[in-house]
Ligand binder design. Structure first.
Ligand code: BGC
Length: 734
């Protein structure tokens, strides 16, 4: 376009109306060459940085808090949409504002934030992970990205991937389970989905923020090899796959250094070894210094005027620059990275602004996610699926199933259309409110079983609930455990006497089905007494229809656990989370105990049998897995396996491939594929193996190395149900 006179169409406000007029814009392309979308994001960012004043640069490297509960002397920044964070635009150069919203389960909102606003809630992160289906994760990401864009946001603080080292972590429901390959693959796909909508996605919380107790003070202690092969491998895979525009460094310390001033994490690993081109933003209250943080790789301080001791990336950073403690090139690099991510996501070309949202289609995405990720944990004597058309009576019990389904709490909380179905539950303020999404299972079960007398008991009166169960053909008991950001559960127990409720109902009616609404594994002392258990976690938008579809068999459950299910806390690496119920948390948490052996690898290394293993889940049909065969394709190691549906119903199965390196005690998930099969159908699946799961991280050479020797590969429907292993000889080396 250089040199050519061009006529552009411009919108001019004439007497209050927007009129399209032709303007001679010969200067336009040359004046703002960074607007040329044919250039690479890096080149565009470089052109723009070169034009910026120091004040403009400093404007971009900090965000303002845009949320509720602010001190009166710090009003909402002008132009910000009430949410989580805001960076004002730089109009002189056409740089749009950054409007940042939480989070991974939908566009977060609370009545305190944007009264009357609503969004579509996705089911909890473990549901998406339990689908073992990258497409499900992508579609969910694209859905929430689309809603964010249509509400005017161009940054989603979404991409939670902290590994589940402890089932009591209050934020497990925002994450994707315990395995680096599964979590990395699915979160990477969710990020890709979000960014397909021209919204920057933020993978978080980097890193090892694997418990909430003491999150602002505690140091996660772990060796380099162990973290590279576990939590950091999950980040590595997700970042490769999803290419998120930003990374949020976490609150905690890692090996003694704050994550947001951790040179190892941000500089050496993320930016050097992984060549990450995007920017690192601090968590809200996660910044602790100017020079140290800047030099360690922090690029943007988030909401420091409210949450940090001071706004480090303003006067303190300018002073550090003047003293020569930070180089100007570092400040320019911060700005370059932020702008580069904005260009890469299409934030300039596709401005986020209010647009109509297809809530019906989006609810269908949420429902499909739950239908793909709900896990059938138990099904005695084929109690499920219910023959819904013929059912005469159903008792629906507990967990406000007459009103809705539970959501997890904290910054990721989404208000669905219709608001909170059970308002007023404690805590009403942070980390509350406790929210029930308005999708009542009772109503959906009535629709599912039109001839049945479907009655509800709230479960407060255990005897009344048991009496209702006794006179009904089946009892569906909903149980709940609320979990939330900023606190961990002290134990694995269900609260409020629900164990006694389930036991009493099961004693009254052996056809008792338990539906679990929870953030992570819970103890189930009544398990042997009930007929069936369906895990739906926090099940999100239109959950009631999905639950009814799963119970009736309209949809065949195909979710597989993305985490191991401990029998009790004594099986875990740490029997308790100190100070989870209050008091002063210790200075450190020792993740070297399990190291890289998170979850199922811990159970295997100790020879402990969990209640349910990683990868486990039942179906209404049966599958046959053929023998595993090795294959290589273009130097890529892969295996082939034939999976057949040997039952009478259509359904989906997950083929899971585990590798045991020579002399290793434990197997690691190295590849997987999900396949949908009609009755009698079979399909040969080709499954690529992730090389890093066959390798060890070599801390001397800073690279992945094969030990060399005989590798044992096995395939099956769960980590503990595998076919005959096949041996593979591989040479030692990178
Ligand atoms: C959370 C982040 C969140 C941020 C902004 C923090 O408390 O840890 O996950 O994105 O708040 O709301």
């Amino acid at each position: 376009m250089k040199g050519k006179a061009k006529t552009a169409l411009r919108c001019a406000i004439v007497m209050g109306l927007c009129t399209w007029i032709g303007v001679a814009a010969a200067q336009q392309p040359d004046a703002r060459p960074w607007n040329d979308s044919k250039l690479s994001p890096d080149a565009r960012a470089r052109l723009l940085v070169a034009q910026m004043t120091q004040d403009e640069k400093f404007q971009l490297i900090r965000s303002y808090y845009a949320g509720p509960d602010r001190p009166s002397d710090k009003p909402m920044p002008k132009g910000a949409i009430a949410s989580a964070g805001y960076v004002p635009p730089i109009e002189r150069l056409g740089i749009p504002a950054l409007e940042e919203s939480d989070a991974g389960l939908g566009v977060a909102s609370s009545d305190r934030m944007r009264p009357g606003d609503s969004a579509t809630p996705l089911p909890a992160g473990p549901v998406t992970a339990a689908s073992w289906d990258p497409q499900v994760a992508y579609r969910g990401g694209a859905m929430i990205g689309n809603e964010a864009h249509g509400k005017g946001f161009n940054v989603l603080l979404a991409g939670g991937i902290n590994l589940m080292r402890d089932p009591r972590n209050g934020r497990n429901f925002e994450y994707a389970g315990e395995d680096p390959l599964l979590a990395g693959t699915l979160v990477g796909e969710a990020i890709r989905g979000i960014q397909s909508q021209h919204v920057i996605s933020t993978i978080k919380h980097f890193a090892l923020n694997d418990q909430e107790t003491g999150r602002n003070t505690i140091s996660a202690q772990i060796g380099e090899k162990a973290m590279r092969e576990s939590d950091l491998l999950a980040f590595e895979i997700a970042i490769e796959r999803g290419k998120p525009g930003s990374v949020m460094c976490s609150y905690n310390k890692v090996n003694g250094d704050w994550a947001c001033e951790n040179d190892y994490l941000m500089n050496q690993l993320l930016k050097r070894d992984w060549a990450y081109p995007g920017f690192v933003m601090s968590d809200w209250g996660g910044a602790h210094s100017a020079a140290k943080a800047a030099n360690a790789g922090l690029d943007q301080e988030s909401a420091g005027e409210i949450f940090d001791k001071e706004v480090y990336f303003d006067a303190p950073l300018r002073q550090a620059l003047a003293r020569g403690e930070v180089k100007q090139s570092r400040v320019d690099d911060m700005v370059q990275r932020i702008l580069r991510s904005m260009f890469a996501a299409g934030v300039f070309e596709h401005p986020a602004r209010k647009a109509p949202i297809d809530s019906k289609a989006n609810l269908a995405v949420a429902r499909a996610t739950l239908e793909a990720g709900a896990v059938l944990l138990r099904n005695q004597d084929g109690l499920l699926p219910l023959d819904a058309a013929r059912l005469e009576s159903v008792a629906v019990i507990g967990a406000h199933a007459d009103k809705g389904v539970l959501a997890g709490g904290g910054s990721s909380l989404v208000t669905a259309m219709g608001g909170n179905a059970v308002p007023g539950l404690a805590p009403k303020t942070w980390p509350g409110p406790v929210m029930y999404h308005p999708y009542p299972p009772l109503k959906a079960i009535r629709t599912m079983a039109p001839k049945a007398n479907v009655q509800y008991a709230d479960g407060d009166d255990v005897a009344a609930a048991a009496a209702l169960a006794a006179k009904s053909q089946v009892a569906v008991v909903f149980v709940q455990k609320w979990s939330t950001e900023s606190v961990d559960a002290p134990d694995l127990a269900l609260p409020d006497g629900q164990d006694a409720l389930v036991a009493a109902v099961a004693a009254a009616n052996p056809h008792t089905i338990v539906v679990l609404e929870n953030g992570g594994p819970v103890a189930m002392p009544w398990l042997d007494q009930v007929g069936a258990v369906l895990e739906v976690w926090y099940p999100g938008g239109d959950a009631a229809s999905a639950i009814a579809n799963l119970l009736s068999g309209k949809v065949n459950p195909s979710g597989r656990l993305p985490m191991s299910w401990a029998r009790d806390a004594s099986q875990l690496p740490r029997a308790e989370i100190p100070a989870a119920t209050g008091g002063t948390p210790p200075d450190t948490v020792d993740y070297a105990i399990e190291g890289a052996d998170v979850g199922y690898r811990w159970f295997q290394s100790r020879g402990i049998k969990p209640l349910f293993p990683f990868g486990y889940g039942l179906s209404y049909t049966t599958f046959h897995h053929g023998p595993l065969r090795l294959a290589t394709h273009d130097g890529q190691l892969q295996v082939a396996v034939d999976v057949a549906n040997a039952g009478k119903r259509a359904g989906a199965e997950v083929a899971q491939v585990y590798v045991r390196p020579p002399a290793a005690k434990v197997r690691r998930l190295a590849g997987f594929a999900k396949v949908f099969l009609q009755p009698g159908e079979h399909r040969e699946l080709t499954i690529p193996l992730e090389k890093r799961l066959l390798s060890d991280f070599d801390t001397n050479g800073h690279r992945w190395l094969l030990r060399g020797g005989q590798y044992e590969l096995s395939e099956g429907p769960s980590s503990e149900d595998l076919g005959a292993p096949v041996s593979l000889a591989l040479p030692a080396g990178p």
